[in-house]
Ligand binder design. Structure first.
Ligand code: FAD
Length: 396
């Protein structure tokens, strides 16, 4: 294989350095404009593509970097410190890649497709939401219709991040016309096989650069572009763990950006009165403790996931109630912590954080962080955890 078309041997240290550089030199430079105009962070994604970072989640045997959960989370967190939307786009892309890498590897078509992702640095989007399912990712109304080796799908999604900019979309659907709402599969819709019509706008408080309006998808492709097995398994073993860990790392990145701005502000105050500790420094210390706890939460979960993943006999653990509860707790805790941390940073910085045109401005971080509790509603997650806790005796 042409070495230029693989990522094997690209060490993680050079990858995280590249993401930090792209964050500082590209994403941060365009973040305000991306937010202002609710436009796709195209420059950042181009830079990620050029640095061959879009295939970090592809296994080494297929030419990718084979990054585990801890590494992917660190890459997303690093980028989110410069632009929350860019960090979230990268996280959502890695989540889709992980679903293919972990559940479709036995398929000849998907092995070839994953190699193509490495060569072409494709960007993958997700379409789990649907008009009429009210935020329940585990049920679909739309269904795949098969005709021999061909298949078609029409889906009306409420929200589809950067679908208009993606090379492919992974969409959930009922397995066939007669299947129950929860009997779902994942369909890989490649750009050349789908038509997309925008159905709603994306003029939101935050995460404006994710460009996530509603879309009507019409796909006609080959039957072997449907991920083998059931979405129930890929959801529990991959989509949910990757989503909750990588999203949490992105929210931490946004909070860390706010904390860094507050810290700069406090240091500036200290320089103005040498030999004294400004009162805001105490608030900064409290904020730093909360930020650290948040980081430990997603990092520990990512490490636990990688440990399970490295042991083939432990895979069933990912389907257990204890693990589901742990992930729910992580999502709820981090999505609540992020806006709290940004809020505390704002109290430290004061009016300069409230202004949109100051170097200490915190408006974008605040608005971005507010999406966290809505992105799969915390109430919906808490209701599931409540049911689990009725039967689960050993809390994680
Ligand atoms: C930034 C961002 C990017 C996104 N990107 C994508 C994407 O790329 N692809 C995609 O498919 N989707 C995407 N989504 C949508 C996401 O997957 C969810 O579908 C969506 O956030 C849920 O919308 P909802 O609030 O209408 O749903 P619901 O979960 O139905 O919530 C509606 C209301 O009902 C309440 N509620 C729900 N269940 C319960 C319960 N059991 N108990 C009490 N109250 C309850 C909630 O609190 C809320 O007030 C994105 C969302 C965001 C915010």
């Amino acid at each position: 294989m042409n070495h230029a078309s693989t990522q094997v041997g690209q060490g993680f240290a050079s990858m995280i350095d590249a993401v930090r550089r792209i964050g500082a030199e590209v994403a941060a430079r365009h973040a305000a404009d991306v937010d202002d105009r609710a436009r796709f962070p195209a420059e950042t994604v181009t830079a990620l593509r050029e640095a061959r970072l879009l295939s970090a989640a592809v296994p080494e045997e297929l030419g990718g970097a084979g990054c585990g959960m801890v590494e992917l989370a660190q890459l997303c967190a690093a980028l989110a410190q410069s632009c929350g939307s860019s960090g979230m786009v990268l996280a959502m892309h890695y989540i889709q890649l992980a679903c293919l890498a972990r559940h479709a590897r036995e398929s000849r078509f998907f092995r070839g497709y994953l190699r193509e992702v490495v060569e072409q640095q494709y960007l993958l989007a997700s379409m789990t939401s649907e008009v009429g399912t009210y935020g329940d990712m585990r049920s679909s109304i739309c269904a795949v219709e098969r005709d021999g080796a061909r298949a078609v799908l029409k889906k009306d999604a409420t929200t589809g991040s950067y679908c208009a900019h993606a090379d492919a979309i992974l969409a959930t659907a009922r397995r066939d016309r007669d299947a129950a709402a929860s009997d779902q599969v994942l369909v890989l819709a490649r750009r050349e096989d789908f038509k997309l019509a925008t159905t709603t706008s994306w003029d939101t408080l935050g995460m404006r650069g994710t460009c996530s309006p509603g879309f009507r998808l019409e796909w006609a492709g080959r039957e072997d572009h449907i991920v083998p097995g059931s979405f129930a398994d890929s959801s529990a073993q991959t989509m949910v763990p990757y989503s909750h860990v990588l999203w949490s790392s992105v929210w931490w990145g946004i909070a860390a950006d706010a904390a860094a701005r507050a810290a700069n502000y406090v240091r500036g105050q200290a320089r103005q009165a040498p030999g004294t500790v400004p009162p805001t420094a105490t608030r900064l210390a409290e904020l730093s403790a909360q930020l650290q706890a948040m980081r430990h939460n997603w990092l520990a979960t990512a490490q636990a996931f990688d440990a399970i993943d490295s042991d083939p006999s432990s895979q069933e653990e990912l389907l257990g109630m204890g693990w589901a509860l742990r992930l729910n707790n992580l999502k709820v805790a981090c999505s609540e912590a992020a806006p709290q941390i940004v809020h505390r940073a704002l109290q430290i910085v004061g009016i300069l954080g409230y202004k949109n045109d100051s170097p200490f401005s915190l408006g974008r971080q605040y608005r971005d962080a507010l999406s966290a509790s809505l992105m799969i509603s915390n109430d919906r997650i808490a209701a599931k955890s409540a049911s689990l806790l009725l039967v689960l005796k050993d809390a994680p």
